[in-house]
Design a protein around this ligand. Structure first.
Ligand code: GDP
Length: 313
């Protein structure tokens, strides 16, 4: 990408989109374009068309999506499949119609089959049954990947798709009921420290293993691949390292400086025992994660404190 190229980041306020914007700005890209949800409804085909025709966009990072946790996904599957299909169709089709040079589509490792072999290789996609609770979301995201590949095949476009592992970073969701484990633990240990609670409750047995990628690393990988990868096949983005939920809880406890105990509530679900992606292809393409979990947790704690001070707590 040329430094003055016009780059549209769809979903610039989210965990992924905001990280891509920070990274592009830090690298000196000066011609970025964004629209908030209120300014441009990506489910409106005509408005998306007018936007693309007016702006003459060179590169697109498609990080806009309707996302949510297990409860949201299983309660509103119609909205998840409809909105995601519309966003993808409109952005990809207008990118093609207005001659966008290259587009990067954000998939997710949660759209791999439920019983995919670990570490998950890119070839596992569509190799088995999906997880029932997010099937509608997964089908929509898989369709986005297939759209990119189909446009490349029929129209000679350059649309690439990536599969990020579990993410964390600034603008994360800290809500107890809908957040993922890492932000949930940051909040739980912080509140326990402030309230001098004797222990913190961590869900499940603590034995499941997970991999965590900082959103700034993901953004760096996306921009790297935009510049250096032009293949039709999807690319996993992860760190290639995993740890147990117990080990994660110990690390969060230490970063926050909490001195009480950790209790595991095994009446809560563990979920899948292991979830890690194979990053052989990403490494072969020349990119590796930079932010260690220890560094990332420190940054996340700082971000969490900043979030609190902004809302005046
Ligand atoms: P998953 O990776 O899709 O299973 O999603 P999560 O990030 O929500 O959960 C990962 C693991 O962390 C599961 O084994 C949870 O039981 C465990 N966990 C422990 N404490 C918490 C918590 O406070 N919130 C969440 N979301 N998960 C927790």
């Amino acid at each position: 990408m040329e430094k003055d190229a016009k780059i549209y980041v769809a979903g610039h306020r989210g965990l992924v989109g905001s990280a891509i914007v920070r990274n592009l700005e830090a690298q000196g890209f000066r011609n970025l374009v964004f629209r908030t949800h209120a300014e441009l409804d990506l489910t409106d085909y005509r408005k998306v068309g007018a936007f693309f025709q007016n702006e003459s966009i060179d590169y697109v990072f498609l990080a806009a999506a309707k996302v949510g946790g297990i409860m949201a996904n299983s309660s509103y599957p119609a909205e998840f499949i409809k909105e995601n299909l519309m966003i993808e169709t409109h952005v990809i089709d207008w990118s093609y119609k207005t001659g966008v040079k290259k587009l990067l589509f954000l998939g997710s490792t949660c759209i791999y089959p439920k019983f995919a072999e670990q570490p998950i290789k890119e070839t596992e996609l569509l190799n088995g049954q999906l997880e029932a609770t997010n099937e509608a979301y997964a089908i929509a995201k898989i369709t986005g990947i297939k759209m990119c590949q189909s446009y490349n095949a029929q129209y000679g476009t350059h649309y690439i798709s990536v599969m990020p592992t579990n993410l964390y970073g600034p603008n994360d969701n800290y809500d107890y009921m809908t957040s993922h484990v890492l932000p949930a633990l940051v909040r739980k240990f912080y509140e326990a420290k402030m309230n001098h609670d004797p222990y913190v409750v961590v869900w499940g047995t603590g034995r499941p293993k997970r991999e965590f990628l900082h959103s700034d690393d993901l953004a760096d990988a996306c921009i790297y691949l935009m510049n250096h990868y032009d293949g039709n096949e999807i690319v996993n983005i992860g760190v290639g390292k995993e740890l147990t939920i117990r080990e994660l809880a110990e690390k969060v406890k230490e970063v926050i400086g909490y001195t009480g105990d950790i209790h595991f509530d095994s009446s809560k679900p563990d979920g899948t025992p292991r979830k890690i992606v194979d990053v052989t292809k990403l490494h072969a393409l020349g990119w590796k994660a930079n932010i260690s979990l220890d560094q990332g947790l420190k940054r996340t704690y700082q971000d969490f404190l900043n979030t609190l001070s902004k809302v005046g707590n």
